[in-house]
Design a protein around this ligand. Structure first.
Ligand SMILES: [Zn+2]
Length: 174
């Protein structure tokens, strides 16, 4: 059975909806698992937006049609991709993503937040981090690097067993 990307995204969405706010729904897919439509997914986005380090070797990001982002952590040694949804899509709204995904707001002073937002408007997520370093103190930096949600990882088999899938979202073009 082949799993379309919209159906896969819907599974992630439903899993996330079933979890408390401090957990990040994550579906682990082995690189050899051809149930997932890898060709539909296409290549890993080459834009190197910074990502929270959780041991991944590289990050792959795709924009979705509803304003969310699909994000995979590739763990080379394990030969797995850990997928989750980011809201809002960090490719389109990097500054907002930093605020949503981390404890930046709680950790930062006003200068750090303003610096991050202005930097984000100017130069994307890297600009946000640069602005943060300029405007904020060490408390802000520590907040930035602390993920707001702990990953809740299920296998593709577990994810497919717990939902009836009605895909409503797709990959955005480009
Ligand atoms: Zn992410």
């Amino acid at each position: 059975m082949s799993l379309s990307i919209p159906a896969f995204v819907e599974m992630l969405h439903e899993l996330q909806a079933s979890l408390p706010n401090d957990r990040l729904a994550t579906i682990r897919v082995h690189a050899d698992d051809d149930r997932l439509s890898w060709t539909e997914l296409g290549s890993c986005d080459t834009r190197q937006l910074p990502a929270l380090p959780v041991g991944q070797d590289r990050d792959c990001r795709w924009s979705l049609t509803n304003g969310a982002g699909l994000h995979a952590h590739h763990h080379r040694a394990l030969r797995v991709y850990d997928f989750h949804l980011d809201w809002p899509d960090p490719i389109q709204k990097p500054g907002e993503h930093v605020l949503d995904a981390t404890y930046l707001a709680e950790g930062a002073g006003v200068g750090g937040i303003i610096g991050a937002v202005v930097g984000g408007l100017v130069a994307g997520e890297e600009g946000a981090l640069l602005g943060l370093l300029i405007g904020g103190g060490s408390g802000a930096l520590a907040g930035t690097l602390t993920p707001r949600r702990r990953q809740y990882v299920v296998s593709l088999d577990q994810a497919m067993g717990r939902t009836n899938i009605s895909p409503t979202w797709g990959l955005a073009p480009g």
